[in-house]
Design a protein around this ligand. Sequence first.
Ligand code: ACO
Length: 323
Amino acid sequence: MSFSRIRGTGGYLPERIITNHDLERMVDTSDQWIRERTGISERHIAAEGELCSDLAAAAARRALTAAAFTGRDIDLVVLATSTPDQIFPSTACLLQERLDIPRNVIAFDIAAACCGFIYALDVADRFIRTGGARRALVIGAETFSRILNWQDRATCVLFGDGAGAVVLEAAEEPGVLATRLHADGRQAALLNVPWGVSQGYDRLTDNSGKITMRGNEVFKVAVRTMGRLVNETLQANNLSREEVDWLVPHQANIRIMTALARKIGFPMERVIVTADRHANTSAASVPLALDVAVRDGRIQRGQLLLLEAFGAGFTWGSALVRY
Ligand code: ACO
């Protein structure tokens, strides 16, 4: 058995920015309402024809460069998304040729909505620890702008597009110290895209392929569940809050992060926040936030990170990482 370590991180945000003021011209909303209720000021939106794999490839290239690897060094690709380019092949497979990743590797997608990256990290870590892979690309990439109802002010102001990636490598010391994954499908109705291919294209109407959410109820479940998750992760690993250098949470809403920090007694100064500029990029949000804080020098080698996310399903999970 070995462990996995993060060798490099990368992120990519599409060029086009939509500000809250832009949204004021599209739906009955205001910059003030959006900032007060969510902390979000702007979000990046993929260009016409720019797909999930384009965002993922750009983030992955940056992570490979940061790790001083090329695609040829990779033997596992795990990509989390709810907005793939195609039904199949998986977006992970679509990246292989573009990134010069060898033909005989393992590559697949994971769907766990906003918790997808934590699921992907857990799976890649298990491959590496059991000798099934040595160098993995773990990616979260989303084009949520394509599943937003741009007439629904309750949801269209909350999300953005982007991708984040990490390169994991087998190592003698962890790295990824522990991961926890959970799911409970009983409240699927609170947050979903109600259409899927198995229902048939004849049932796809204008808005059936778009996000619906009972935001108020999701908010309460998210804070309660993530609070429990952080405490359970720390207890299971005999750690105190003080030993964690950085909390890197899913970037759904700054109010959710503030409420969570208050609930678990964690100072906001040690919480990485990117939702103000990225909005909620679903499976991309945690690796993007991680990459931002690595590149701006806040996250340093040797520090202890607690990554956590909550998403549709519901799915939720955490990863304790010695960076
Ligand atoms: N602009 C102006 N008014 C709005 C907007 C908007 N964009 N959206 C809703 N409103 C109105 C509502 O219609 C409502 O009006 P009413 O009182 O006349 O009926 C009023 O604002 C209050 O609406 P609430 O939904 O109660 O507002 P709340 O304070 O709960 O904030 C929000 C809404 C921001 C969506 C919040 O509930 C939230 O963040 N929930 C969690 C959502 C989330 O993050 N989901 C994703 C997490 S999981 C994942 O990432 C997949």
